[in-house]
Design a protein around this ligand. Structure first.
Ligand SMILES: Cc1cc2nc3c(=O)[nH]c(=O)nc-3n(C[C@H](O)[C@H](O)[C@H](O)COP(=O)(O)OP(=O)(O)OC[C@H]3O[C@@H](n4cnc5c(N)ncnc54)[C@H](O)[C@@H]3O)c2cc1C
Ligand code: SF4
Length: 510
């Protein structure tokens, strides 16, 4: 008899679906999707979801749950779905996650929950994110809204809240959350779950942070963000928009009016490159500037081709081969760019290091990106150029960027790290009318950290966790998400906010 970790007997799934390939969902043709900025992925139908749920073996190791940063009880929610109870499946997911509607769309699941699925040893991993999306969409379609069944007597390791947190129980405590990105929204959700009253301050005109103005509509339709905001409002969360804390509202005012303040302001300082002649060149933008204007224009029903930062008819060069750069590729293609080149400093196949016993392993190939696939169809080639950087910018007589000089880089590995150095004589010029910088972010804006007087580390991220977990060195001021961890992922930042909410709840309960 095989025992589970909790000493209960392991009961194998009866007649699992041993189909090797994961269940395909209806797809939108490539030509159709390149003609719009609409979401690319679709939600499983009921039959498709049931077929895919039957592929889960409910194996006792729960690698999927261990590899999910939030610890979503994957096998249990799939079992509930298989048993014909999608609402119970949703309740189980919500014990660990504030917003499966976002994670199921934007998580790099091939590096997280699906990476170690037992089925992937001999066939394709179970499509966990699609099942999660189906469950969540079914929940919303049922009209249940939030909160789901009060989370009492939660059975799973994913349970962060405990039996005391029935949403109906009001604590009488008030919390201000600064920033409405995934960490701010997750903090608001979990603090509301604990029974506290939450007000979210956001300096932008719309809530959502990078969920709204960053991640493009093709990956996450903005109606999905608006739906979650409405749900939070229905649960009593107040949103104060167009209000920069530190400028429009003082920290003292907030500390005087609220029992706790949570900073969830993200890392918005874009990391720039130091190319010659770039500083005053026109036509150089950060990725977030470009993606934000795209989304604003879309949502406001504006003229996409006529917007000031459009790639239409331009030779676009993107610095940064990661996910943000990929989002710029997909958007530039839809804008009607003449060409797209994506410059990445690091090698395509690089090595990873184990610090204690120096060892180098090749990393697997980069994860599949729909933008790369689209670029291959549109321009017949992968836009990525590896081991290269932009050395200088050439301007025309009006100061607009006209071309960039790039140079090859060479990787040198020592026992612990890789360093890149220029290869002399490899300089070449490529046409460029629009240069997008997608090279990452460094720390939260100084205006916030200085106004609150909180300490930051050498990377300018907010330091937390003295005697009270997640509290900064300023009394009753907490911090979570990217502003404290550094640039991260939606699921990770949501999980960080969950743990922060737990700490705030503990502090308020003293
Ligand atoms: C282009 C792009 C694509 C991405 N794609 C993915 C993806 O596919 N999958 C994934 O998992 N992750 C992705 N990420 C990463 C993910 O979006 C971030 O890790 C996450 O949004 C960080 O959440 P956050 O709440 O900490 O910060 P943010 O989302 O940055 O939110 C911070 C909020 O605080 C507000 N704020 C700042 N200062 C103040 C102030 N003084 N007063 C009031 N409000 C303030 C900001 O306006 C903002 O709304 C992407 C990031 C980018 C840039
Ligand atoms: S939250 Fe993300 S990593 Fe976790 S199960 Fe869902 S899709 Fe997978």
């Amino acid at each position: 008899m095989l025992l589970m970790q909790d000493n209960t007997q392991f009961v194998p799934v009866e007649n699992p679906n041993m189909q090797e390939k994961r269940t395909k969902a209806a797809t939108i043709s490539l030509s159709e999707r390149l003609g719009t900025y609409n979401e690319i992925e679709t939600t499983y139908s009921k039959d498709e979801a049931e077929n895919e749920a039957d592929r889960c073996l409910k194996c006792p190791t729960h690698w999927c749950q261990k590899m999910c940063p939030a610890g979503v009880p994957v096998t249990d929610f799939i079992a509930a779905l298989r048993a014909g109870n999608p609402e119970e499946a949703y309740r189980l997911i919500r014990t660990a996650s504030a917003f499966p509607e976002f994670c199921s769309r934007v998580c790099p699941k091939e590096r997280q929950c699906q990476s170690n699925c037992t089925r992937s040893i001999n066939s394709e991993a179970v499509s966990i994110s699609r099942l999660e999306r189906f469950v969540t969409e079914t929940h919303y379609a049922s009209g249940n809204g939030e909160p789901a069944t009060p989370p009492t007597n939660l059975p799973e390791a994913g349970d962060h809240r405990g039996a005391e947190c029935a949403p109906s129980k009001k604590s009488g405590k008030k919390v201000a959350v600064i920033g409405s990105g995934p960490s701010g929204l997750a903090a608001a959700q979990f603090l509301t779950d604990y029974g506290h009253s939450v007000t979210v301050y956001e300096k932008d005109d719309r809530p959502g942070g990078l969920l709204e103005y960053g991640i493009p509509n093709m990956k996450l339709e903005k109606g999905v963000v608006a739906r979650k905001i409405d749900s939070l409002k229905n649960q009593g969360v107040e949103f104060v928009l167009n209000t920069a804390v530190g400028k429009d509202v003082s920290p003292e005012e907030l500390k005087g009016s609220f029992d706790a303040v949570v900073l969830a302001v993200g890392t918005r300082n874009a990391r720039m490159i130091s190319a010659e002649n770039m500083a005053d060149a026109k036509g150089v933008y950060t990725a977030v500037e470009y993606l934000t204007q795209t989304t604003k224009t879309l949502l406001d029903g504006g003229d996409m081709a006529g917007r000031s930062i459009s790639a239409a008819g331009k030779n676009v060069v993107i610095v940064g081969g990661g996910d943000t750069g990929n989002d710029c590729v997909g958007t530039a293609i839809r804008d009607g760019a003449l060409s797209v080149t994506q410059i990445e400093m690091l090698p395509k196949h690089r090595k990873t290091f184990e610090v204690e016993t120096p060892r180098m392993d090749p990393l697997p190939d980069e994860p599949h990106s729909t933008s790369q696939e689209e670029a291959k169809v549109k321009f017949s080639e992968d836009p990525h150029v590896y081991e290269t950087t932009v050395k200088a910018v050439e301007k025309d007589a009006s100061g607009n960027v006209a071309a960039v000089t790039v140079i090859d880089l060479e990787a040198r590995y020592d026992a612990y790290r890789v360093s890149m150095s220029e290869v002399p004589g490899t300089e070449r010029t490529i046409p460029c009318d629009m240069l997008l910088i997608a090279a990452g972010f460094t720390g939260p804006e100084k205006a916030v950290t200085e106004a609150f007087g909180v300490s930051v580390n050498e990377r300018t991220n907010i330091i937390v966790g003295g005697s009270v977990p997640y509290m900064t060195d300023v009394d009753k001021v907490f911090a979570c998400g990217d502003c404290h961890t550094g640039q991260s992922l939606v699921c990770r930042t949501m999980t960080d906010a969950r743990e922060c909410a737990k700490a705030v709840h503990g502090y308020l309960s003293e």
